[in-house]
Design a protein. Structure first.
Length: 301
């Protein structure tokens, strides 16, 4: 039994005649009679009384007709739903991103994508880069934004979006305010307001401190950028923020200075797991980002 058996049965009942149904369906009367007979044999019941001038449904026929109409309707709707998916009118994407991404071009990209594809639902999950990577690896996230290179480069495909140097932020009264640039070694005696451990920038800063030959004095760790800024304004310690965020700061209450030896970058990239099926909506999202940021076209596996 296939969907055609049900469609032919419905048409025979609608027309009240095998010959009329055959004409409507553009098949021969023996063919449609054989189809209905096969349906009855598959179900093990008689569906139609054939002794009267007009076909009549048996009790089983009434029950099968009701279900057949539902099944055929669902099948036809499924075809329409698949058209929507393939045309990228529908879908869902789970995206993980660090809080710092809210100050990048990501919100603008999100807004433009939402206008272009309103039928695609995007769920955002805000985590540090390390947890985002775990979510992508485990499959709870379709794609993720991370702030540095992935810890498992062979496991993911990657699309770079932003490369932004970190700057030190300090109050105007701070002794380092006299310099135009700050060598990283000059921070050895400074109290740090640092990112939480699940943020990759935490590791990058710690690595830079170690490479410069000191262990930082950490006053507190946080995932909240605004809290970092307020603590610096209160002269509690220093913090390191990406340049695009520093450009938005109130320069009367806080200064930002470039760092050298070494420079540390916020490298914001989109990652997705290799060798995993990507739904059409996710592919469209990635293609949209690549086009929006004027990067090369993505080749999906």
């Amino acid at each position: 039994m296939d969907i055609r058996h049900l469609e032919y049965f419905i048409e025979v009942v609608r027309q009240g005649s095998f010959s009329k149904a055959a004409n409507t369906l553009n098949i021969t009367q023996p063919s449609i009679s054989k189809m209905i007979k096969c349906l009855e044999e598959d179900l093990g019941v008689t569906l139609l009384y054939r002794q009267t001038k007009r076909l009549e449904l048996t009790d089983a026929g009434h029950a099968v007709l009701e279900r057949a109409q539902q099944i055929v309707s669902l099948f036809q709707n499924l075809s329409g739903d698949l058209d929507g998916v393939f045309n990228l009118e529908k879908g869902k994407i789970n995206i993980g991103l660090p809080p710092i991404a809210s100050s990048t071009i990501f919100p603008q990209i999100f807004g433009e994508f939402n206008k272009a594809y309103p039928g695609i639902n995007i769920q955002l999950f805000e985590f540090g880069s390390k947890r985002v990577e775990v979510g992508v690896h485990e499959g709870s996230l379709d794609v993720g934004l991370i702030c540095s290179n992935t810890s498992k480069p062979d496991a993911y495909d990657l699309l770079p979006m932003v490369k932004d140097p970190l700057r030190i932020i300090i109050p105007p009264s701070h002794p380092l305010a006299q310099y135009s640039t700050v060598d990283f070694s000059m921070l050895s005696a400074e109290p740090f307001i640092l990112y939480n451990e699940d943020f990759s920038l935490h590791d990058r800063i710690m690595e830079a401190c170690a490479a410069t030959g000191f262990e930082p004095q950490i006053i507190c760790k946080t995932s909240q950028r605004e809290f970092m800024i307020r603590m610096v304004e209160a002269n509690v310690g220093i913090a390191l923020l990406p340049g695009h965020i520093c450009d938005e700061l109130n320069k009367t209450s806080i200064l930002s200075l470039p760092l050298t030896n070494p420079e540390i970058y916020l490298q914001l990239s989109v990652i997705w797991k290799k060798d995993r099926y990507l739904p059409f909506a996710v592919r469209k999202w990635l293609t949209f980002i690549a086009r929006y940021t004027q990067l090369d076209t993505i080749k999906f596996q």
